[in-house]
Design a protein around this ligand. Structure first.
Ligand SMILES: Nc1ncnc2c1ncn2[C@@H]1O[C@H](COP(=O)(O)OP(=O)(O)OP(=O)(O)O)[C@@H](O)[C@H]1O
Ligand SMILES: [Mn+2]
Length: 509
């Protein structure tokens, strides 16, 4: 036998043949295409020619990212609005000291409860540490920065960090939300703004003691809501929650709490951290070996209402939690343009062409910014295609003229090929709009700041990008044009002075 045995020689020959084939079919054509071997080895710039024109100030560079339309939009004077005085102590939702005291007590209660729970189950994991309140935590800053002007300041440095936290932090607890507990009779219902329908949403608590509402994926981005589905039985869409937050920020409303998308390991981040036995009991393994959980509800608890990981990971939206109702009470107000939640019913606004005139006679729509705020909300809902705005919430601290909180946008972005014009009823029936809103909408209709472009760019920041598919993005431009046409119509009939309302004196900070 020589140095190479036959059984070793064969693979070696095969390798040589493969290398030769690669050389012949791939490398050599490339060498020829580039004009010989030399350029492959040394890529030298051509010598400068003294007679050549000087390069332009901004040389064309393929790798340079396109200039950010979003950044330019946020810097535009019309988008920024007129300068406002900085908020005073009374303009903030929370008193800093009181909030910290309350959260400290909450952390103390949590640690005591944890200790009892662990003792009861004889759990002796040495790694478990008591929770601490970090005064620099982004969720706490977010709460402290809520003011009369909105849920966060215009140039908030906290929001991007908070989004990062909720899209990456480990959870230390998972539970049903208070409104779902109310349905099951396990909490004080008087504290609940509105007991709600049963969906698969959960409240997750993170390692820094912050909380977020988790709304899991129920419908893929590419699916459109079928024509025959009523809006009130339509799915909740996690991507709609994310996109609505970005749109709200682009419109500078700042009335939607920060939302981030994320893939959650439902076994580790929910099942293994929850102490709620009911929640533990709704987990199961599907025939395809995926971990799933279903909605626990008083009437229909079927596996058809389940969501599943793949096998553990499930996409969802995480909505940053607002301060508790105890710390910052909120009221829930029925939307005057509420829809009938039956198959055949009609509400008064649908049959009475003078509905707005009638409404304007009555508190609170007779003497405040409230009607203008409702119209902002209608424009927002029309853009996202949300017909499910039955109520809106407000912080009681900010009284009549406070901003409306646009919670729950999960029924938006259902149909991209259809525009539900009746969502704009508040606008075309009242024919008024805030000047600041109109100016921002007009900016977003210009090619330099096109709404679909800034939305596409903004949504790229999310882990679940692309959050919206192209048809939904393009629908935004089409709908924006319809809003502007509606305003134009109003102006033609009533005159600009009647329609476009200077709101800067009341415009939040
Ligand atoms: N980010 C949040 N922070 C604090 N509370 C919240 C938050 N999001 C929602 N809630 C509370 O939970 C309630 C239900 O939330 P949401 O509407 O998003 O869920 P839902 O399952 O669609 O409920 P519904 O059937 O009432 O529409 C809200 O009315 C609100 O009081
Ligand atoms: Mn809802």
């Amino acid at each position: 036998m020589g140095l190479l045995r036959r059984d070793r020689l064969l693979p070696l020959l095969l390798l040589c043949a493969l290398l030769a084939a690669d050389l012949y079919f791939h490398i050599w054509p490339e060498v020829r295409r580039r004009g010989g071997l030399l350029p492959l080895l040394t890529v030298r710039p051509p010598p400068p020619c003294p007679c050549a024109p000087r390069p332009l100030a901004v040389p064309r560079n393929e790798s340079r990212p396109a200039p950010s339309k979003l950044r330019r939009l946020f810097q535009h004077p019309l988008h920024r609005g007129s300068p406002q005085p900085p908020p005073g102590a009374d303009d903030y939702l929370l008193s800093g000291a009181e909030a910290v005291r309350s959260y400290r007590r909450q952390v103390g209660r949590w640690n005591r409860k944890q200790k009892l729970y662990r003792e009861r189950l004889n759990l002796t994991d040495p790694d478990v540490q008591a929770a601490q309140l970090n005064l620099q935590a982004n969720w706490l800053r977010f709460h402290q920065e809520i003011s009369r002007s909105g849920l966060y300041p215009r140039d908030s440095a906290t929001v991007p960090k908070l989004l990062e936290d909720i899209s990456s932090f480990n959870t230390i607890n998972a539970d049903y939300s208070q409104d779902e507990k109310a349905l099951m009779g396990t909490c004080d219902c008087s504290q609940i703004v509105k007991p709600s329908g049963v969906h698969l949403k959960l409240v997750l608590r993170f390692q820094d003691f912050g909380k977020a509402m988790f709304k899991p994926m129920r419908q893929k981005r590419e699916e459109e809501t079928p024509e025959d589905v009523f809006y009130f039985v339509d799915f909740q869409r996690h991507n709609a929650e994310i996109a609505a937050f970005h749109l709200d920020r682009i419109l500078d409303f700042r009335r939607v709490p920060p939302v981030a998308g994320r893939k959650i390991n439902i076994t580790q981040e929910i099942l293994e951290v929850t102490e709620n036995e009911v929640l533990q009991s709704v987990f199961f393994i599907s025939p395809a070996n995926n971990v799933c959980f279903f909605a626990k509800c008083p009437y229909m608890c079927k596996t058809e209402y389940a969501v599943c990981g793949n096998p553990h990971f499930l996409e969802g939206a995480l909505v940053a939690f607002l301060p508790s109702l105890k710390l910052a009470p909120r009221v829930s107000v029925p939307n005057p343009w509420i829809r009938s939640y039956t198959f055949t019913g009609k509400e008064e606004w649908e049959v009475n062409p003078f509905y707005c005139n009638m409404l304007k006679q009555h508190y609170p729509y007779n003497s405040s910014n409230r009607l203008l705020n409702i119209i902002d909300m209608a424009i927002f809902d029309f853009l996202i295609g949300n017909m499910d705005r039955h109520h809106y919430e407000m912080f009681t601290k900010f009284e009549e003229d406070g901003f409306l909180i646009h919670l729950d946008n999960a029924r938006g972005f259902g149909k991209h090929s259809y525009d539900e014009i009746s969502i704009l009823a508040p606008l075309y029936q009242c024919c008024i709009i805030k000047m600041s809103t109109l100016q921002r909408l007009q900016l977003l209709a210009l090619a330099e700041y096109r709404l679909s472009d800034v939305m596409r760019e903004s949504l790229l920041q999310d882990l679940l990008a692309p959050v919206l598919n192209e048809p939904h993005l393009l629908a935004l431009d089409r709908r924006l044009q319809k809003v502007l046409d509606t305003v134009k119509n109003c102006i033609e009939i009533n005159g600009e002075k009647q329609v476009v309302i200077q709101d800067s004196f009341k415009q939040p900070l």
